[in-house]
Design a binder for this molecule. Sequence first.
Ligand code: CO
Length: 140
Amino acid sequence: MSDGAPAPLLTEVDHVAIAVADLEAAIDYYRRTFGVTPVHRERVESDGVEEALIAVAESYIQLVSPTRPDSPVAGFLERRGEGLHHVGYRVTDCAAALQAVREAGGRLIDEVPRPGSRGTTVAFVHPKGALGTLIELVQE
Ligand code: CO
């Protein structure tokens, strides 16, 4: 492109994350309603969350619930209730994608990439400056 936009950086929708109060109840809802079950469960102590990943083709639905009151997801549930929390976009190079966001004037939550679940490398982009959407850049 000639307008200074980078080459396309997003290769796939990695996951759509939904904040839930009761992880077991949420898993049961998806099983009863859509016949799908988690392919991966993980507790991420650093983020204060427990998550369940349900595979849909090459992407995931990520059900995420807080494991402690000071978890950011606990705050989200208190303010907004259950619902869409963030969208994870798959990228080839998380650091390069983060740099592109920075150069475009975006507001970052993570200044450098960090470990995510499933052994991924991730970085979050602040919803303010990203059309109101919390964005997670996910490198497998
Ligand atoms: Co995520």
